[in-house]
Design a binder for this molecule. Structure first.
Ligand SMILES: Cc1cc2nc3c(=O)[nH]c(=O)nc-3n(C[C@H](O)[C@H](O)[C@H](O)COP(=O)(O)OP(=O)(O)OC[C@H]3O[C@@H](n4cnc5c(N)ncnc54)[C@H](O)[C@@H]3O)c2cc1C
Length: 331
């Protein structure tokens, strides 16, 4: 029997995130035509995101909306999701792989007494009502296979590991659910007094982007980082950085890609003046195509690059940006 799946989606600036669309696709293939796919959105300003979710292969969409939920803790989110899965005959909950939702995965599994895995790149139902999950480990050098016991499983997916769901018609019904008071369990609820975003505004977010251009210490000075930003803008890409850059304060920590930063897996990753230390590589090695620009032909980044340009980034990057802008018809 196919499982019924609940997808907890995320909205970014009011729009359904790319990884949420991917999770809906996985949900539909797990559920087949027998199981039911429920989309769930929690937060504020969710009209556009819920309308889109209703057209992406869902059987129904539920929205828990309240301005106070913008700064909800993971404990509150877990309590809300738990309340939604109870009575909905759901056996699998799928989450996007954002930092927040990876934390949510663990909290929800503990509350719901479910098996849990994060970073999944392959998923299939098992005979016993559980799931077989594969995920890359050791910076993508090996693949780990896990058998999650049923009847309840929570899985956070790796972003960009799956294609997005296709549009279906007619749209599923969207149901608005009563929200507060938010149950938080017995633990004293921490209070979030402010949320500050240091994401680049105007471009795609790092976790969501299909193209990422990252800069490293090879740029020599903070003012030169604009070369990376201009190349990214010409490609419609998000901007990332090595830790050398964020430690030096050239760009905020939210830009950092790597072991102690963000893990990204875009279609295209361009590394500009980055040596390719293992701690950086583990955060980007799952990218589909990697392009490296570095003046040192022996730089370790070339070991993981699909295309390498050996040369001075100060000559190459402006020329590349100019050419891309010309080809794309940008003024
Ligand atoms: C516990 C731990 C965790 C870490 N976590 C992370 C992490 O999450 N992310 C991360 O990035 N790092 C991390 N690091 C740091 C990591 O080890 C490296 O120090 C860091 O990635 C180096 O950054 P970089 O490649 O920008 O600088 P460098 O290693 O200094 O490399 C600069 C590169 O620029 C090239 N270059 C110089 N001039 C030019 C030019 N004109 N044109 C073209 N190329 C040029 C050089 O050849 C060189 O390869 C971590 C380290 C530790 C110990």
């Amino acid at each position: 029997m196919r499982p019924s799946v609940l997808v907890v989606g995320e909205a970014v600036h009011g729009q359904l995130s790319g990884p949420s669309r991917e999770a809906l696709n996985v949900a539909r293939s797990l559920a087949g035509s027998e199981g039911r796919v429920t989309g769930l959105l929690i937060g504020h300003g969710l009209a556009a995101a819920s309308a889109e979710m209703a057209t992406l292969g869902t059987d129904r969409v539920r929205v828990v909306e309240d301005a106070a939920l913008t700064s909800a803790t993971c404990s509150t989110l877990a309590a809300i999701v738990r309340a939604e899965v109870e009575g909905a005959q759901v056996s699998v909950v799928l989450l996007t792989g954002s930092v927040r939702y990876r934390e949510l995965a663990g909290r929800l599994a503990a509350r719901w007494d479910a098996s849990v895995a994060t970073g999944a790149t392959e998923l299939s139902p098992t005979e016993g009502g559980g799931l077989r999950v594969a995920r890359p480990v050791f910076g993508g050098r090996a693949t780990e296979e896990l058998d999650l016991g049923g009847p309840r499983c929570v899985v956070a997916l790796r972003p960009h590991a799956f294609p997005p769901a296709s549009t279906t018609a007619p749209a599923a019904p969207v149901e608005r659910r009563a929200s507060p008071p938010f149950p938080t369990g017995n633990a004293p609820a921490p209070k979030v007094s402010a949320l500050e975003s240091t994401e680049v505004t105007g471009g795609p977010s790092l976790g969501d982007a299909t193209i990422v251009v990252s800069g490293g210490r090879g740029l020599r000075a903070p003012e030169n980082f604009r070369l990376v930003e201009e190349l990214a803008a010409s490609l419609g890409a998000a901007v990332g950085a090595s830790r050398a850059v964020t430690d030096a304060g050239w760009r905020p920590g939210s830009y950092q890609v790597g072991q102690t930063g963000r893990s990204v897996a875009p279609q295209l990753y361009v590394a500009v003046g980055i040596s390719g230390a293992i701690q950086h590589v583990v955060g980007m090695v799952s990218s589909r195509v990697i392009v490296a620009i570095n003046s040192d032909a022996q730089a370790p980044i070339f070991r993981v690059a699909d295309y390498g340009i050996v040369g001075d980034l100060f000559a190459i990057v402006p020329a590349l940006t100019k050419e891309i802008r010309k080809v794309r018809g940008l003024s």
